[in-house]
Design a protein around this ligand. Structure first.
Ligand SMILES: [Cu+2]
Length: 136
């Protein structure tokens, strides 16, 4: 029995395939709650960071949800168009104090309410959509 040592040298090819799967999935960091008690937990639209600290009114199914939102003077209200289909809406003050302009699907509008009062508003595109901001 003769052992022959092979002198062949194989340069080891080490393929280090490191797959780092970075989940870019939207890890929503919206832990702040809207100050209004509506059925807000079931929404699936994106609340923008500009709405941090604001009372959020979701617009969906041709409705402002909630129809009445209460904030303290100096605080913000944010409107977010949560329609599941591309339907534009506005948040337009009945008295002309503000007008969001047309908000496309998923678009939002934030306004600070500096002083107390009752502020009815509507959607300029769908005038039957009405709601109220109460600033205390
Ligand atoms: Cu509308």
């Amino acid at each position: 029995m003769t052992q022959r040592l092979s002198s062949r040298t194989h340069a080891p090819v080490v393929v280090a395939a490191v797959l780092v799967v970075v989940s870019l999935g939207a890890v929503a960091c919206f832990s702040e709650r809207a100050t209004d008690s509506g059925s807000l937990a079931t929404t699936n639209c994106t609340v923008p960071t500009t709405a941090a600290g604001a009372a959020v009114v979701f617009i969906r199914a041709f409705t402002f949800d909630s129809p009445t939102v209460r904030v303290k003077a100096g605080n913000k209200v944010a409107w977010v168009n949560c329609e599941p289909t591309p339907i534009p809406h506005t948040s337009t003050s009945d008295g002309g104090a503000w007008d969001s302009g047309s908000l496309a699907q998923d678009a939002s509008f934030v306004r600070t309410f500096p002083s107390a009062g009752t502020f009815p508003y509507h959607c300029a595109i769908h005038p039957s959509m009405k709601a109220t901001v109460i600033v205390e």
